[in-house]
Design a protein around this ligand. Structure first.
Ligand code: SF4
Ligand code: MG
Length: 283
């Protein structure tokens, strides 16, 4: 049961300068905002994957579930289906969600599962000391690619738009107030909310100079316009030196997976009666 202090006393082992600190406090602020709005703290659940980001579950004092690599989204989907009253947040890494767990990410967007997915996209496997991921740039030199990766990165924003995500945003660990604002908005969005957070890995891929030089906040963009969102998402391909926009690229109200799923209740009565009836049938 969370203490209400939001930050635990666990020893923090992230490297000095790691962008995870910014994400931790931005998410803390966003969760505090939900609680201030009357959402019970015990109704907020965090699911993490495997990687440096996953320590968020140790450091944020909210109900959390440490899942396995690439499987944050199926765990979060199950939690949300079992109890739709919960606000379910996924923190996942880029290696976690864009490689091992990519199919889950695409299908959660397609289904419009009502969860918020925050990708700590440092564009490297940090915990395992610096291998390339699906968003590392062409030529990235790491532990597994000492001569540089011969692969171009993919663009997670265009992927999510094509997969049907109703809320697609990007922010960065370099902009704490911006990130806190986006997370606060995403947590209130009803449906699948996706935020790609360009996170600094201070030790294995420090892109501070690039994000500060090329980054800008979206203005005059209409997030209801799907074609405009696609054009804006293609502005930077995660490889070039093009401008990097931060903000909400696309937002649309859609029917959630849980609402459609609940059209076919197994039996009459409340939730507990339905579960009992289901278990009885399985005896
Ligand atoms: Fe952060 Fe990178 Fe250190 Fe991991 S390896 S804690 S992502 S700076
Ligand atoms: Mg990573």
């Amino acid at each position: 049961m969370p203490s209400g202090k939001f930050i635990t006393g666990a020893q923090n082992t992230w490297c000095p300068g790691c962008g995870n600190f910014t994400i931790q406090f931005a998410l803390r602020n966003a969760v505090q905002g939900l609680v201030a709005d009357g959402i019970p703290l015990e109704n907020i659940v965090l699911v993490t994957g495997i990687g440096c980001h996953a320590k968020m579950g140790d450091y944020l004092d909210i109900n959390s579930f440490y899942s396995i690599h690439g499987r944050t989204i199926p765990v979060a989907t199950g939690i949300k289906l079992a109890n739709p009253e919960l606000t379910v947040i996924c923190c996942a890494g880029d290696g976690d969600a864009y490689a091992e767990g990519l199919d889950h990410l695409i299908f959660a967007a397609k289904r419009n599962t009502d969860i918020t997915v925050i990708i700590h996209n440092n564009r490297v496997y940090g915990l395992t000391t610096g291998q390339y991921t699906p968003t590392s740039p062409l030529g990235f030199r790491g532990r597994s690619t000492p001569d540089g990766t011969p692969e171009e990165p993919f663009n997670p924003l265009t992927l999510m738009l094509a997969s049907g995500a109703g809320y697609v945003a990007r922010s960065t660990s370099r902009k704490m107030p911006h990130l806190a604002g986006i997370l606060s908005q995403a947590l209130r969005y009803r449906g699948f909310a996706f935020i790609d957070v360009l996170q600094i890995c201070a030790t294995y891929f420090n892109m501070t100079e690039l994000y500060d030089r090329l980054g800008y906040e979206l203005s005059g963009h209409n997030p209801a316009d799907f074609q405009a969102a696609c054009r804006k998402a293609e502005e930077w391909d995660y490889n070039s030196d093009s401008p990097i926009a931060f903000g909400v690229f696309y937002q649309k109200e859609k029917t959630c997976f849980e609402e459609r799923f609940r059209r076919y209740p197994p039996a009459g009565g409340g939730r507990e009666e339905q579960i009992r009836a289901f278990l009885e049938r399985k005896r």
